[in-house]
Design a protein around this ligand. Structure first.
Ligand code: AMP
Length: 429
């Protein structure tokens, strides 16, 4: 039989990585609580129709699609937003606005596997429903910053833009939605020349083309200055001017909040997902050329799924890439750090007693492993050292009669007889 391997693009998380992943997830959940986002759990499998409705060609073409045994066209979710939008359009239809939803889990995309790019992706996802105000956009930027600060990637920088600037131009030039979407996809991949050709071919004016060529060069850390220039360049395109104003307002609010976010405004920035309507952003660290998180405003999606008109803004954080950044930058926090104890009976007849002592210790909150290999004391202690246990509890008859055991500090190589009920105190000191 051939050796089994994981399917291409899929990974195992061994204990250390699994622990780190759950740590990031726990921090994400904590940030959700701190900002008032309620957790929901939605299915990994959704109808293909739902998932493909507004994701954009790029994501659509990379979905894991199949028919279930009942012949239904289904797919593995390539993102959380469609599922959340489905809920908001149906079960949560009458929920008083605003409301905030949080999800964490895996999504699936048939991306080309490489460092930082997988086919099973772990994300934490936050959606703020019901507000069209820039303070809602500001909140999403701030909570993303809070999560990054909590888990540790250093020197993070936000790239920010506004879909409305380009859409404003294209709509006034009467470009069809299909063309607009294709242009945005190309711009997302920085294939500007191809994007320009498409716009020109669709009949855009010379004025529009000139603005477009200037916009893609407009970027910089002087956030206010860049937004002023954008507003100035798009004069005559009313919706684009409005978009620039809206971007300014959201960024000013972040600044007023005191939240120190390093930002670059990029006028030519577009994102692959089609449903964005307003501010969009991504988060980067200097040593990596892929985004750790991405999000933005999508005001029309809920309606598209048959719900009440509900403006919304959200973000997805890529947990795999956050972990990579932490590992690459050496900023892995000491995760856990609990004292661990191994319980070893000195002879076979005391196995039951060892199990009993281990239960007593666990009930006091100590992390306990029991010797289950039937090894002699010296071997069991050697193994405990190898696995970096902190203490060994040696269960012997004589001590048990006194309600005690031998407690060995494995680092100091010292041991003494300690009453079982006192062990928690010694171990935790
Ligand atoms: P998106 O839903 O495309 O905005 O993605 C949000 C975040 O998920 C990105 O910024 C990445 O951190 C992460 N992500 C997306 N695709 C992948 C992938 N193929 N592998 C690893 N992380 C990914």
């Amino acid at each position: 039989m051939s050796e089994f391997k994981t399917v291409r693009g899929m990974r195992d998380f061994l204990p250390e990585e699994a622990k780190m992943m759950r740590y990031v997830e726990a921090q994400a959940r904590r940030v959700a609580e701190l900002y008032g986002y309620k957790e929901i759990i939605t299915p990994v499998v959704e109808s293909y129709e739902l998932l493909s409705a507004k994701a954009g060609e790029e994501v659509r073409s990379r979905m894991f699609v199949f028919k279930d045994l009942g012949g239904r066209g289904v797919a593995l979710r390539p993102e959380f937003t469609a599922s959340v939008a489905r809920l908001v359009a149906t079960t949560l239809r009458n929920e008083p606005r605003p409301f905030r939803l949080f999800s964490v889990g895996s999504i699936y995309r048939y991306d080309e596997p490489q460092r930082g790019r997988y086919r099973e992706i772990w994300q934490s996802n936050y959606e703020l429903m019901g507000s069209s105000k820039p303070e809602a956009d500001a909140e999403i930027l701030m909570l993303t910053n809070s999560l990054m600060e909590a888990v540790g990637p250093k020197k993070i920088a936000f790239k920010v833009g506004h879909v409305g600037v380009l859409r404003g131009l294209f709509n006034q030039e009467r470009l069809e939605d299909k063309v607009q979407n294709a242009v945005m996809q190309l711009m997302d991949k920085k294939q500007y020349e191809d994007a320009f050709k498409l716009v020109e071919g669709a009949g855009a004016s010379e004025k529009c083309m000139a603005i477009l060529r200037e916009l893609v060069k407009l970027k910089g850390k002087n956030v206010g200055g860049v937004v002023d220039k954008i507003e100035d360049r798009v004069k005559g395109y009313e919706k684009s001017v409005e978009a620039a104003k809206n971007l300014r307002e959201a960024l000013e609010l972040v600044s007023e909040s005191g939240c120190k976010i390093e930002m670059t405004v990029d006028a030519g920035f577009a994102r692959g997902l089609e449903y964005y309507t307003g501010l969009i952003f991504e988060v980067y660290v200097p040593s990596m050329d892929f985004a750790l998180a991405g999000g933005g405003r999508y005001d029309k999606l809920i309606e598209l799924f048959g719900g009440e008109p509900t403006p919304a803004v959200g973000v997805a954080h890529g947990i795999d890439r956050i972990m990579l950044a932490m590992q690459t930058q050496g900023s892995v926090h000491k995760i856990g750090g609990e004292r661990k104890v191994v319980v070893i009976p000195i002879k076979e007849e005391l196995r039951g007693e060892a199990l009993k002592v281990s239960q007593v210790l666990r009930n006091t909150g100590i992390f306990v492993e029991v010797e289950v290999m039937g090894r002699k004391m010296a071997k069991a202690l050697e193994d405990a050292d190898r696995r970096k246990m902190d203490f060994a509890v040696i269960v012997g008859e004589r001590e048990l009669k006194e309600g005690a055991v031998m407690l060995r500090d494995l680092a100091r190589r010292e041991q003494s007889i300690v009453k079982i009920k006192k062990i928690a105190q010694v171990v935790k000191d």
